[in-house]
Design a protein around this ligand. Structure first.
Ligand code: RP5
Length: 172
């Protein structure tokens, strides 16, 4: 198996249903990745060990998802020169607002590219990772252009359906 280029990490296995969306997006573009659980708070030594070795293992981008007082992405960004993309997860009574603020409000000098809360954020994290990798990969860049064209076509198809349904309702 080829070496992973993207590392997807999450604070708990309960985050998987969200974070697997990032993996699906990377699969769609055939980008090699790994996925694992490590927690900034519950397993700080494991998190530190992972991030310390990430660059020398060949990883190019890290995606981190966590909920609540979400410090996972920030912890990785503190230790690694790799770009870190954060996904706030809506796993707490505050429905992800806590995670959004903890992930986004980093001090100057330690960026985390923070996505929206939940599954859309995880999909966008995967896509942003592809976009970063595509800067140095013309094939991936062409695949991205096709992805955008298809997305626009899907909107047109949805519009045709809505317009047809509306016309039918009016004539009924
Ligand atoms: C966070 O606490 C995790 O990222 C997860 O979103 C949340 C709850 O974790 P569990 O109690 O389900 O393990 O650290």
């Amino acid at each position: 198996m080829a070496k992973p280029l993207v590392g997807i990490v999450m604070g708990s296995d309960s985050d998987l249903h969200v974070m697997q969306e990032a993996g699906k997006m990377l699969d769609r573009f055939q980008v090699e990745h790994e996925i694992l659980v490590t927690s900034a708070h519950r397993s700080p030594a494991r998190t530190r060990n992972y991030v310390k070795n990430a660059e020398k293992r060949g990883l190019k981008i890290l995606i981190a998802g966590a909920g609540g007082a979400a410090h996972l992405a920030g912890t990785l960004a503190a230790e690694s020169p790799l770009p870190v993309i954060g996904v706030p997860i809506d796993s707490s009574p505050l429905q992800g607002l806590d995670a959004l603020l903890s992930t986004a409000q980093m001090p100057g000098g330690v960026p985390v590219a923070t996505m929206g809360i939940g599954s859309s954020g995880a999909r966008n994290a995967g896509l942003l990772a592809v976009q970063i990798l595509a800067l140095g990969d013309p094939k991936l860049s062409r695949q991205l252009q096709d992805y955008k064209k298809n997305q626009a076509k899907e909107v047109e198809a949805k519009s045709r359906k809505v317009q047809a349904a509306h016309a039918q309702n009016r004539s009924a």
